[in-house]
Ligand binder design. Structure first.
Ligand SMILES: Nc1ncnc2c1ncn2[C@@H]1O[C@H](COP(=O)(O)OP(=O)(O)OP(=O)(O)O)[C@@H](O)[C@H]1O
Ligand SMILES: [Mg+2]
Length: 424
């Protein structure tokens, strides 16, 4: 392929991709293309197979069938399903972020961005101590890495927090830092798994600005997103998945008005979706998707991006048994609503308009305090009165496992409620 066609043709071509976990068809015969320089959105209800597509593209899963072709700007072609996963970021220039944030929370922002460039720096050192001491290209490469890190810190609007631990950032800023870190590997294709989930409108706006900045550098973006307003605003092309199959593919306006998308994604009740699929002969897919997940076919055991332990992928809340039963057609937002409604003592607003300082409970930081507020928890006495079921609900949306008991939030809340005189 010549360089000219490489700059104009699709950067990514997915052909007849299937991913099976035992009897479960997570992706069935999926084909689509992502054009160079565009934002391609991958949308669909919970469990549709979006993250699995990312895991196949970035080498976390080896697909059961199909071909994934990546064409770089220079015209080199890579079959990603055959490339060893550690080569996918370095050679094929694909980077990703994860549905659950994965940063090195104890490291500073700058350190997080430098660690992402570790491979290139080690290469520049020639893997020798003399190289590390500044002979050869290491000194120059190291200066370039710092420049690149500063550039993306600036684009993420985080320069003034460069020396703070990443774990201290608010949620939306952590999302932008994750994207900045992926950009420091200088990808040609950036895969973002629900970057806008859980953001407030101001954070969403900052994210859109950053994505447009990235697009203007010529980097192509593959975006998984539930928020239709984000999808409509920033994507050039939308691919819709339902039960692992493609049900629509086109520009945002045509996809938005496609009746199958309206039925599947925007939420009609489960029986209507089932009826619609039965009509078009997809009963088999429904049956297969009713089967239990197969834990034996997890992700491969090395990461395709320096983004934290791979065990995180296995523990991805959507693949690890998923405590919450995903109802078809329900948006993620609706599911969060439902979970919140399940809390026995949530409030619409804090009593007397003034919430307690929940961060006084060891284990609750500002981010979790905000999430608790969003779910109607404002006072120590509410936490002190949580039932076991409440604890399970809260752990699900905070993505904690067992921490609430381990850190004894309920005991801490009880004594704080007594101290502040709020106990009943
Ligand atoms: N390692 C695995 N083992 C077994 N089943 C899996 C595995 N990974 C994914 N699945 C299943 O594949 C299906 C698709 O999951 P996936 O996480 O790709 O959906 P998604 O579209 O990203 O959903 P969400 O919007 O909730 O993130 C689900 O039924 C899921 O349980
Ligand atoms: Mg997902």
């Amino acid at each position: 392929m010549n360089a000219h066609s490489a700059t104009t043709g699709p950067i990514l071509r997915v052909e007849h991709l299937s991913m099976k976990f035992g009897g479960l068809v997570a992706i069935g015969d999926l084909s689509f293309e992502a054009q160079r320089g565009e934002i391609t959105a991958l949308i669909g209800p919970n469990g549709a197979g979006k993250t699995t597509v990312f895991n196949c593209i970035t080498g976390f899963y080896k697909p059961s069938e199909g071909m994934i072709t990546l064409t770089t700007r220079a015209g080199s072609q890579f079959l990603l399903e055959r490339l060893p996963d550690f080569q996918i970021p370095a050679k094929a220039k694909v980077a990703r972020t994860f549905q659950n944030i994965r940063l090195f929370s104890g490291m500073t922002l700058l350190e997080n961005l430098l660690v992402a460039q570790h491979n290139r720096l080690m290469e520049a050192s020639g893997y020798t101590i003399l190289g590390l001491l500044g002979l050869g290209g290491y000194g120059k490469a190291s200066a370039q890495s710092i420049e690149l890190a500063k550039h993306w810190l600036d684009k993420a609007n985080l320069t003034d927090r460069a020396d703070d631990p990443a774990g201290d950032l608010p949620y939306g800023a952590q999302r932008r830092l994750e994207i900045a870190r992926a950009m420091c590997t200088e990808p040609e294709l950036l895969c973002l798994d629900e970057p806008a989930a859980g953001l407030n409108p101001r954070e969403s706006h900052a994210l859109n600005l950053m994505l447009n900045d990235i697009k203007s550098t010529g980097t192509s973006i593959l975006l998984i997103e539930h928020d239709m307003s984000v999808v409509m605003e920033i994507s050039d092309h939308v691919v819709v998945l339902e039960y692992g199959r493609k049900i629509s593919d086109g520009d945002p306006t045509s996809v938005k008005t496609d009746p199958r998308v309206i039925a599947a994604y925007l939420g009609v009740d489960d029986t209507e979706v089932t009826d619609a699929l039965t009509e078009v002969g997809d009963e088999q897919v429904i049956e297969k998707l009713d089967a239990e997940p197969d834990r034996a076919h997890g992700p491969s055991d090395s990461a395709s991006m320096m983004a934290g332990p791979v065990s995180d992928t296995v523990n991805h809340s959507d693949t690890e048994g998923e405590m919450i039963k995903v109802s078809r057609g329900a948006s993620k937002a609706e599911q969060y609503e439902r979970r919140a409604a399940a809390l026995s003592n949530s409030l619409d607003t804090p009593r007397g308009g003034q919430p307690d300082k929940l961060t006084l409970i060891k284990g609750i930081g500002p981010v979790n305090e905000r999430k608790l507020h969003e779910h109607g928890i404002f006072h120590f006495e509410q936490i002190a009165a949580w039932t076991e079921a409440d604890v399970r609900e809260v752990e699900t949306y905070l993505d904690f496992d067992g921490r609430i008991a381990r850190e004894d939030w309920i005991g801490q809340a009880r004594s704080l409620a007594q101290k502040t005189g709020g106990a009943e």
